[in-house]
Every structure is written in structure tokens, then in C-alpha cells.
Ligand binder design. Sequence first.
Ligand code: NAP
Length: 530
Amino acid sequence: MTLTGNMLIGQQSVTGHRPAFRGIDPATNQALEPQYAGASAEQVEQACALAWTAQDAYRETSLSSRAAFLESIAEHIENLGDELIESAHAETGLPPARLQGERGRTCSQLRLFARTVRAGEWLDVRVDSAQPQRQPLPRSDLRQRQIALGPVAVFGASNFPLAFSVAGGDTAAALAAGCPVIVKAHSAHPGTSELVGRAVAQAVKACALPEGVFSLLFDSGYEVGIALVSDWRIKAAGFTGSRTGGLALMKAAQARPEPIPVYAEMSSINPVLLFPAALENRAQALAEGFVASLTLGAGQFCTNPGLLIARKGPALDGFLGAVAELIPRSAAQTMLTPGIFGAYQAGVTALQGNPRARAVAVGQDGGGPNQCQTHVFSTDAADFLADQRLQAEVFGATSLIVQCSSDEEIRQVCEHLEGQLTATLHMDDADLALARTLLPTLERKAGRLLVNGWPTGVEVCDAMVHGGPYPATSDARSTSVGTAAILRFLRPVCYQDFPDSLLPTALQQTNPLNLRRLLDGQREATHHGE
Ligand code: NAP
């Protein structure tokens, strides 16, 4: 399949009317073919108008046909074969094996959402039957279900060109909820976006859905993104990227006559607490686990362990010694884009110039362009508490170790943290009491708490929370990974005293979808007795 440089407005493959850009191979800094012209204001309008027209038909598709659509997207992505991996490798520098794994994750994610759609639990049907005899006033018949919010704008992430991009988690969740999607492709991987976009459009056609269910727009600047979230027809946005980008989209969404939710996943330094007994018993293994997690994918994960917290003493010294031995062996790796490399260098330079941060170890220098050299710094708790700059995210393989003099200082450091995607506890039985005292604080700070693991690696499943208080995300009440992400694109509607024939199928008296309804205060079993 040859790349065309075209966008997709519904089923139409069209060339943009704004200035063009090209993807860049970050390993060589060479511009790639073809060029991608940005969408004009009229083209953004067209995509929004098509999505608006498609929404009512799409959100009332049957559970089985919507699930089949998600499965069809997965099949069409798989059918792209090696070309997809080659394109993503050229545009991101990510190794082919990693990209193959990410493609698998993307397709499993779509299939998991298909399973979720079929099960229908997300409709959250609640029925309060009429009580005509109730005194002093009769009660109406009240029935609630969840409906799709409407057209959703999705901004893919640079660091997951497949799993968090055109057909990634946000798109899968929004489509599962019944929302048409317009993707603003990330400028770092336009060819990969075009290929996946075409796969989604083919699935739309194969499933005979309205064409406005999916569009894909390009832009080298920010006009298209701002125009999209500002368009009255867009009812929500999903974003993964920088705090600056997320805040700009939130501002635009709030400035509309009708403000809309922006689910932005932005920055997190993912604190890891090394408890005293764990450090005492296994400093070397902890150091090895830490270095592997820190350097994975050049540290370009939103769950990268950017902050370690531990009590001073010989056990911590042993850990620091092991880290100082391991890090110089870590090879430099190509970062995703020259922009991300530049931001990484600026973050490292800021730490190097901060008298409160001391260098612990430095990884190998790379020869070529955009090479991420690993850095580990250390600071004292008092300095960390005094200097907000020390908890700025440095996106890449850099971490800061905060050395505390007491358990109380550990608590103060935790309390001082901004909102996080994750918080990790490395602990043994003897650490339980201290862990218990810190848990209430950590629960307030992070969306996912883990014991004796590393935060990189986010399982796509029903129980996952990939979210957390600001600035980890713009809205801590939801997740961007896992099936619970569907909830972000739904809202409840209550139907009062409707005749059965006018009710949506999910709410009809005979329960044709066999849902586990909340019926007059009791959760029903399904007809199968599940
Ligand atoms: P980004 O610059 O925030 O870009 C993400 C998307 O938002 C892109 O489509 C971008 O458009 C758009 N955008 C950015 N700023 C905008 C603005 N002011 N108005 C409208 N649209 C805007 O993120 P990135 O390029 O992926 O990486 C840059 C930094 O983001 C990294 O250094 C890192 O700090 C952070 N990051 C965080 C995560 C995470 O998971 N938390 C993941 C990736 C990156 P263009 O495509 O035209 O640039």
C-alpha cells in the first residue's frame, strides 16, 4: 500500500490545503516521504459535519454490530502487515520488535472493547418501577441508561504510535461508547497514521456504517487541533502528550460557548518508595529492576520511574553504589523526535545546573542524532521540598533519588508530590506498618498503586487505572487505559413514564438485551443465572 499524504474525511481521501510537513527519521534526522498537508478550516468543518450526521445512527447500532466493527478494525490493522511496522520504525526509531508488540496490544485492546460492548454492562441500566399507589404522591416509572456523548476529537501520543494513536485506547473507547471519532494525527508519525486511518475507514465501509464515524486530519501546527476542540459539534476530546499541549486544548474547550470535557493525560514522575527492610534485604536486585525500568524505551513512557524516595543509611548507599555501577553500562537510545530530544536535554541541563541536585551516574553517550543518555541524580528531602523544579517531568531516561532523614520526611515528600499516574512501594513484611501510614497520602496522589513491581508496563484490562490527579491527567475520575475508559464518553439519560414501545431496547420491560439491571434497588442476575 503506497502512502499518499492524504487525510481521510469520512471515506474521502483528500489532500490538505494548509502548509505541508514530513515525518522525520529520528535516527538520521532525514525527512521522510510523502509530505502531509494540513487540513484547512473548511476541511475541519467537513469532518465535524460528517461526524455530527453520523452520530445518531452510530450510537444506536446494536451491541453486536458495534463490537464487530471494533473487531474489523483490528483485522484491517493486522492485514497491513510489515508495511505498518516499517513505517512506524522509520518515523519513531522504535525497534520493530517493540512495534510488533504494540500492534498486538492495539488489536487486543480493540477486541477487549468489543467484548465490553457486547456484554452491555456499561449501559448501567437502572429501573425504578412506577408506584401509582404511593402516598402522599405516586412515583413515576423511571429508567436510566448511558448514551454516547457525541463526536470526539482524539489526539494521539508520540510515544505509542499504535496503541495510543489513531486506533489506540482513546479511539477504541470512544467508538465503543458509540461516539464518532475525528483523529488529529500526531505530526511525529504521519505515515503510520495514514495506514491505520485507512484500516479504520475500511472497517467503517465493511461494516456498512455511516462514513462520518471516522475521520483523520493532519496539521503541522496547532490550528487544526484548536479548531477541532472549538467546533460546536465536538463533545469531548482525548489527549496524551505534554502539559503545555493538554492545557492549551483544555483552555480552548473551556472558552467555547458550550464547554466540553478534555481528557488529557499529561505529566507524571511516578514516585517509587524504597522501604527500609526491602532496601536492606535486596539493594542489588532493586537497583537492577530500577535501571531496567528507567532505561526501557529510552525512558519515553508516561509511567517511567522519574523519582525514587528512600531513607538515608548504609542500605541506600548500597543501592546508590549498585546504580552507579549499572548506569554507565546503559547504552544511549534514539528518542522519538528532535523536539522530545531537545526537551529532554533542557530538562537534564536544568538538573545539572541546579545546586540542589547531585549527579549519581551517567549512561553511555550515543554518536548519532537524538540520542538519550541516561542520568540519575540525587537530592535531600529538604531541598526537594524547597524547590518545585525538582519535580518537573523530564521525559526520557532520567530519575531523581530523594534521600530522607526520617519516616516523617518520607511522609512530607509524599504529601508534597503533584498528582501521579502511579506510586510504587518496594517493601518487605517489616515495612508494612510504615507502608500503611503512607497509603492514605499515596491514594490521594496517584491512580495506580503497585507493590514490588515497576510502573512501566500498563496492562490493558478491566481493572486498570491509567489516570490520576492533575497534572497526571486533567480529570482524575477516569482512566485512559482499560475497559473503564468507555465511561469517559458516556452520559446518563433518564426516561420518565415512557411507553415501552418508545423506550430504547436496553430499557424495555422484557429486558431484551438480557442485561443485569438495577431493578427497584436489586441487581438482577442474567437469564443465564450469571
Ligand atoms: P505534545 O507536544 O503535547 O503533542 C501532542 C499532540 O498535541 C500533538 O498532536 C500536537 O500537535 C498537539 N499539540 C501540542 N501542543 C498544542 C497546542 N498548544 N495546541 C494545540 N495542539 C497542540 O506532545 P509530544 O510531541 O508527544 O511530546 C512532547 C512532550 O510531551 C514530551 O517531551 C513529554 O514531556 C510529553 N509527553 C508525555 C507523555 C505522557 O504519556 N504523559 C507522552 C508523550 C509525551 P503536533 O503533532 O502538531 O505537534
